[in-house]
Design a protein around this ligand. Structure first.
Ligand code: TRP
Length: 368
């Protein structure tokens, strides 16, 4: 079994990535990638998983594979350090899922809190629950173990998946002998990274609510989302009124994204965010000034992302090659794990002719 430090993360390719993805995971993936602390790093584009609740719309998944990779490359994921690969092209994952399903009860799957709430959200409770969707935590355990990942950076909502994967690994190793690496979740350190709210203050950025700022949005759209839609403090009617920070999305975003040097550059009246917040709370600082500052801060992050994206968009051929080469490498990696698993399960019949020898020995013994 591998003693390496291996990271696996994954995304369902169902849409362009937004600022919530950036703050919650992409930024950290780039930091981890550049830390030099990991032997292998993989990002899985989980198109099979995305199909479990989009079976009627494969076109959407297909279109978003390149979209998501463009977002990865634009924020600084480096294909020389991080292998980007596509789930459906890795047959080992399907085989592993099938074996792991035998180690998990339906009762255990029914208790998975993330799946439970997703079933409600998607209306599967009324319409009927697709089996593939019900068992996707098992397929996710296959994703994680196939790469021998010991570190899985995820958001809090994915903790039940990691718990499930760990149980499967423990059970597998108990039944078939030590074969699989026990993975560990790596959770964002602070609240902001965990969940950046939508511009309207709703819990999460979501396409259907129209409350996202996408990494690929143009400056005009960003400005419109901030100036036109961003929730601030409804009690802060006059500039002189005392304002509130709590639940004020402008400040939530500044908490997540602003740095001290941004003040020197864009808002030198304050040395740092604490001073700015203090003035806002005292009264006398208007939302307009705060939003203008936020737009500057956002643009500082988004300008290079946008220009990288434009560069890659001009060369989709190379993007395709990156995905293809990453997937080829991942096929090898995951096939090795599958071979190890089949050996442990004694279903590696055709690796050698040992089954012939076993039979001949048996027949000889019966003869004696
Ligand atoms: N379920 C994850 C999500 O919705 C995506 C995912 C699929 C994943 N396979 C994975 C995450 C493996 C981490 C590891 O965000």
């Amino acid at each position: 079994m591998s003693e390496k430090n291996i990271i696996l993360t994954g995304d369902r390719p169902t849409g362009r990535l937004h600022l919530g993805h950036y703050v919650g995971s992409l930024k950290r993936r780039v930091e981890l990638q550049d830390s030099g602390k990991y032997d292998e790093i993989y990002i899985l584009i989980a198109d099979d998983q995305a199909l479990t609740d989009n079976a009627d719309n494969p076109r959407k998944i297909r279109d978003n594979i390149v979209n998501v990779v463009l977002d990865y490359l634009s924020v600084g994921i480096d294909p020389a350090k991080t292998t980007i690969c596509v789930q459906s092209a890795l047959p080992a994952l399907h085989a592993l899922t099938f074996y792991y399903l035998n180690l998990v009860t339906t009762a255990r799957l029914s208790r998975n809190p993330t799946v439970k709430s997703e079933i409600q959200m998607r209306g599967f409770a009324e319409e009927g629950l697709p089996t593939g969707f019900f068992i996707y935590p098992v397929s996710q355990a296959a994703d994680i173990t196939a790469f021998d990942a010991n570190v899985v950076p995820v958001g809090e909502d994915q903790l039940p998946m990691l718990e499930q994967a760990r149980e499967i690994v423990e059970k597998f190793n108990r039944v078939y002998g030590e074969t699989l690496v026990l993975p560990k979740a790596m959770i964002p350190e602070n609240e902001m990274q965990r969940r950046l709210p939508g511009v309207d203050g709703k819990a999460k950025m979501s396409k259907s609510l129209g409350n996202c700022i996408y990494l690929s949005d143009d400056p005009k759209t960003v400005k419109k989302q901030v100036n036109g839609r961003m929730f601030t403090d409804p009690m802060h009617l006059q500039i002189s009124d005392p304002g509130h920070i709590e639940g004020n999305v402008v400040f939530t975003y500044l908490d997540a994204l602003s740095k001290e040097e941004d003040f020197a550059e864009f808002l030198p009246d304050y040395a740092n965010l604490d001073e700015m917040k203090a003035h806002y709370c005292r009264g006398g600082l208007g939302d307009g000034v705060c939003k203008k500052f936020l737009i500057n801060v956002l643009e500082k992050t988004l300008v290079p992302v946008r220009s990288n994206r434009a560069k890659w968009e001009a060369d989709i051929d190379s993007v395709y090659d990156i995905i293809k080469e990453g997937t080829d490498r991942a096929v090898e990696k995951t096939n090795e794990t599958l071979a190890r698993v089949r050996k442990a399960m004694k279903i590696d019949y055709f690796e050698d002719r040992s089954i012939v020898k076993e039979w001949n020995d048996l027949l000889k013994k019966a003869d004696q």
